[in-house]
Structure formats: structure tokens, C-alpha cells
Design a protein around this ligand. Structure first.
Ligand SMILES: Nc1ncnc2c1ncn2[C@@H]1O[C@H](COP(=O)(O)OP(=O)(O)OP(=O)(O)O)[C@@H](O)[C@H]1O
Ligand SMILES: [Mg+2]
Length: 329
């Protein structure tokens, strides 16, 4: 027979063989994108060892997704749970920089990639660990990206984890789509936005994306919400304030809270020292961590997702000092 579609026969849009799509082989056939059933099984068994998977998303670039993903992963790890942090931003992987792991490579043995350990409970994987130099760039189309993400999920030796946090690039493109297609039922998405309309217009699309994929929205974080002057404490709403909360209420998804613009957050990113740990004496860091702590708590206890009351991470701006413990993760 040929691979051409024939009238009257069932055909599957994702494969070229109309007979096998309806024949007895179909039970063992892997979903599109997998070479064979064994590859699909490897992914399923690897992911089966990880209890919860959370995707960090935003329709807009530069709003703080990676900052939230890194600090969320660390916050859960500091609570004693085993956490993986997967950076699926293929064109601009920033997790290695934010964790001070920029020149770290990863050993690959017998097709198994070892993730990079960060402190006791956190394992990290990013394309940044595989690039030859900091300035390397990949020019890849969608199917190649899906192949790499599949490899990160299947061939990275994550072991048993309580949580896998996945940091996505901006938008609703190939990377978050591949993650949602490859992982059988992620727990949900954390959506990061800034308060101004220009960001919110794009971020609303992320919520629509989640709905189309049946991915629960675990909550919206409004980042860069007001700037607290470190000298006088006066709050200036540089990107306005409250837009993320209003959008969450309007779209009927939970609002988790606000994080102000704080130069210490930008500094901690550039230093590769996660904010909630190294700057834990700052009020912003404590409030940021309280906000992040709600995420596994809500998820573990499956609390009422209709609660839209957010707390603000900018109650005060105590600058009494920073943590710089050499034993830090
Ligand atoms: N609340 C904040 N106050 C000050 N700086 C911040 C804040 N949140 C994030 N930043 C800084 O803003 C920059 C962008 O943050 P980040 O890389 O987390 O954004 P992103 O959404 O992941 O970006 P991209 O879309 O490129 O992946 C970083 O330098 C980060 O340190
Ligand atoms: Mg990022």
C-alpha cells in the first residue's frame, strides 16, 4: 500500500500510515514525536518518579519568570523537599547565571546526563550547561526544541523528586507546549506578570494557553509592582500597581501576591546568589519567600483555587543586612 490517504479509511493527522492508526499495532504505538514505544516508556518511568511538576510561564519577556522559578525551586528545597529545576529556555537560558553556575558542565555517561547539584536538595538542568561558550546561540526550529526538551525529561538522571519546576521562555510557543505534551498532567502553571497593560495584554494569552491545554493556573504573581525607595521608603509605582491582581480576578484565577521592584533582586541575579537565601534579612526577600511558600502548600493541600486575596511583598523595606554565608547553597 502507499502512504496516500484513501477515501473511506480512517487516517491520523500525526502519522502517515492510515492502517496502523486504526489497526492492532496502535495500542503499543507511542504518541507523535517518539521514535518508538520504548522511548515513550523511558520518559513515563522517569517522570513517574517525580511527584509534582509546575511550569513557570508568561506571555511577556523580562517580567521575572526565571527569578521566580529559581527562588521557588530553592524555597521548596530549603523546606527539605527534593526539587529539580529545568530551564527550557533554549535561546536564552538564564538559570545557570541566576544560580552562579555559569561555567559548570554536566557529565554524560551512557546516555544519562547528571544534573548539577545546588545545595543538598536541588538538582538543576539547563542547555546553558551544554553550550561551549557563554556567547553560543542555537538557531533551532520547533521539532528540534521538542527533541531537546524530551531529552531533558527522559535522559537527565533526576531520580526521585518531590517537585520539578520548569522555567519557560516568554510566550506560548514550542517550549511550554512541548513540556505540557510530554509531561503527563503537570500540576499547573505559575504565571508571572508586571502590572502595566503592555505586559498584561500578553499575559492574558498565557492564561488562555493554560485553559486550552487543561493546565490549571496555580496562581499569578505581579512582579516589579511598585518601587520602594531604599533611602526614604516612599513607594513609586514605576510600572503601575495592581494590574496583575485585577487581571487575575477578571480571568478568575488565583492571585498569589506582589513583589516590588527592588535593586537587590537585580543585584542578586547578577551575582548568581538566589535572593530569598542570600538577602533573607531584607523584608522584600522574606515577603517574597512567604509568597512562594504558598505554592507548594496550596498544591499539596489542594486548597480552594478561587482564593484571590494576594499579599504584598513590600510591606516594609528593612535593609538591616544580607546573608552571605559561605555554606550557602
Ligand atoms: N522584582 C524585581 N526587582 C528588580 N529586578 C528584578 C525583579 N524581578 C526580576 N528582576 C530582574 O529583571 C531581570 C529579568 O528577570 P528574569 O530573567 O527573571 O525575567 P524573565 O521573565 O525570565 O526573562 P526572559 O523573558 O528573558 O526569560 C533580571 O535581571 C532580574 O534580576
Ligand atoms: Mg527567563
Amino acid at each position: 500500500m502507499t502512504n496516500e490517504r484513501q477515501p473511506g479509511k480512517k487516517s491520523c493527522p500525526s502519522c502517515s500510515n492510515s492502517e496502523s492508526a486504526s489497526g492492532s499495532e496502535s495500542a503499543a504505538a507511542p504518541p507523535p514525536g517518539f521514535q518508538d514505544a520504548a522511548e515513550y516508556e523511558r520518559l513515563r518511568s522517569r517522570m513517574g518518579l517525580i511527584q509534582h511538576k509546575i511550569v513557570v510561564l508568561s506571555g511577556k519577556g523580562g517580567v521575572g519568570k526565571s527569578t521566580v522559578a529559581v527562588n521557588l525551586a530553592l524555597s521548596i528545597a530549603l523546606s527539605g523537599r527534593r526539587v529539580g529545576l529545568l530551564d527550557v529556555d533554549i535561546h536564552g537560558p538564564s538559570v545557570p547565571k541566576l544560580l552562579g553556575l555559569e561555567d559548570t558542565g554536566v557529565p554524560v555517561e551512557a546516555d544519562l546526563i547528571s544534573p548539577v547539584s545546588f545545595g543538598e536538595n536541588l538538582k538543576v538542568m539547563s542547555l546553558g550547561f551544554l553550550l561551549r561558550s557563554r556567547d553560543d546561540a542555537l538557531i533551532w526550529r520547533g521539532p528540534m526544541k521538542m527533541g531537546l526538551i524530551k531529552q531533558f525529561l527522559t535522559e537527565v538522571d533526576w531520580g526521585r523528586l518531590d517537585y520539578l519546576i520548569i522555567d519557560s521562555p516568554p510566550g506560548t510557543g514550542d517550549e511550554p507546549l512541548s513540556v505540557c505534551q510530554l509531561i503527563d498532567r503537570p500540576d499547573g502553571a505559575i504565571i508571572v506578570t508586571t502590572p502595566q497593560d503592555v505586559a498584561l495584554i500578553d499575559v492574558r494569552k498565557s492564561i488562555t494557553f493554560c485553559r486550552r491545554l487543561n493546565l490549571p493556573v496555580l496562581g499569578v504573581i505581579e512582579n516589579m509592582s511598585g518601587f520602594v525607595c531604599p533611602k526614604c521608603g516612599e513607594v513609586t509605582d514605576i510600572f503601575k500597581s495592581g494590574g496583575g491582581q485585577a487581571m487575575a480576578e477578571d480571568m478568575n484565577v488565583p492571585f498569589l501576591g506582589r513583589v516590588p521592584l527592588d535593586p537587590a533582586i537585580a543585584l542578586s541575579g547578577d551575582e548568581g546568589k538566589p535572593f530569598i537565601y542570600h538577602y533573607s534579612k531584607l523584608a522584600t526577600a522574606r515577603a517574597f519567600e512567604n509568597l512562594l511558600r504558598q505554592i507548594p502548600e496550596r498544591n499539596d493541600h489542594n486548597e480552594d483555587p478561587a482564593d484571590t486575596k494576594g499579599n504584598t511583598a513590600a510591606a516594609t523595606n528593612d535593609r538591616s543586612g544580607t546573608k552571605d554565608d559561605p555554606a550557602a547553597p
